[in-house]
Write a protein that binds this ligand. Sequence first.
Ligand code: SAH
Length: 266
Amino acid sequence: MGSLAPLLPGTVALVGGGPGDPGLMTVAGRAAVEQADVLLVDHLAPAEALAWASPDALVVDVAKLPRGAFTPQERINELLVEHARAGRRVVRLKGGDGFVFGRGMEELLACTEADVPVRVVPGVTSSVAVPALGGIPVTHRGLVQGFSVISGHVPPGHPASTLDYAALARSGTTLVVLMGVATLPDITATLVENGLDPTTPAAVIARGGHPDQRVVHAPVIEIAARAAHLAPPAITVIGEVASFAALSAVSAATADVVSHTLEEVI
Ligand code: SAH
């Protein structure tokens, strides 16, 4: 029962699809996909998961690609409600966890405001899983007692930025930056200007969990230049734990977790 209870007609399931490897979807996420009459999917959700859907299911691509065609969030909200009101079992499948930079609560509120029953199926968030797939723990006993996950979408100094980079620089936590490929030079420079040691280990993991995953590691002061050739989606990890990326690359020959990582040791 609980998250495995049958998905009833006229209901919506907001499913976190994990970072891209279909094996990292939850059992409840897969069950919801299998029962769906309609799936509204993002580009970061595992494409292979659609093979679990009924051949009769309607699959709608609502990806929001930078500079590409996209479906506005308001329209996605409307589609969820419209399909549910038509008596369909609706699955909203997106990458990672829907409540971590995923606009999941906006979709949940759209459903509840329309009196559409809605279920949340949490997903494996890339903010923790992608560092792990790159051989990096976000915490490590004796080394770091916390981690901060930030969006790099709005660069430091931008009027819309609400992040306190001075506080982040001295937080003593591992910093995990999502959506920060274009803004990484700005972000790392700002952290160093605010007192972060420029030799702090850092790593960028691109396309974590995909066969073409890449990991680049370098001191924070150099990481943006060294990783400039990597395309999104990518995550940057800044902190002492990032040095494990280098260590695990050396010893990874037998380790499943990173055996498919094409390591670019700088
Ligand atoms: N809700 C998602 C995050 C959405 S924001 C979650 O919980 O994972 C999108 C950002 O997630 C990307 O810009 C990138 O920083 C990160 N991301 C998602 N999947 C990734 C992957 N497979 N590899 C690297 N980064 C990923």
